[in-house]
Design a protein. Structure first.
Length: 77
């Protein structure tokens, strides 16, 4: 597939998506908060063991304090 064919196909997809989304009539909602870290006061914070298990799958290396050890991506200078 040539670069020109890819460009035409991409334009076609965007045009069709735009036409499909043009029929959606939804009001926009804006939220303004003064604080960056917002917590719910209605519930007590809990530790979800499923979340911890999933996080350990994504970042299996931990130090002696139980903190995750991360690597900077190879593409970062």
């Amino acid at each position: 597939m040539s670069e020109e064919d890819i460009q035409k196909e991409a334009e076609k997809v965007l045009r069709e998506l735009s036409e499909a989304l043009g029929d959606i009539d939804m009001p926009e909602t804006y939220y303004v908060v003064d604080e960056i870290n917002v917590t719910r006061k209605s519930i007590k914070p809990t530790i979800d063991k499923r979340f911890i298990k999933q996080a350990k799958k994504n970042a299996p290396k931990m130090d002696e304090d139980g903190s995750f050890v991360m690597e900077i991506g190879g593409w970062v200078e």
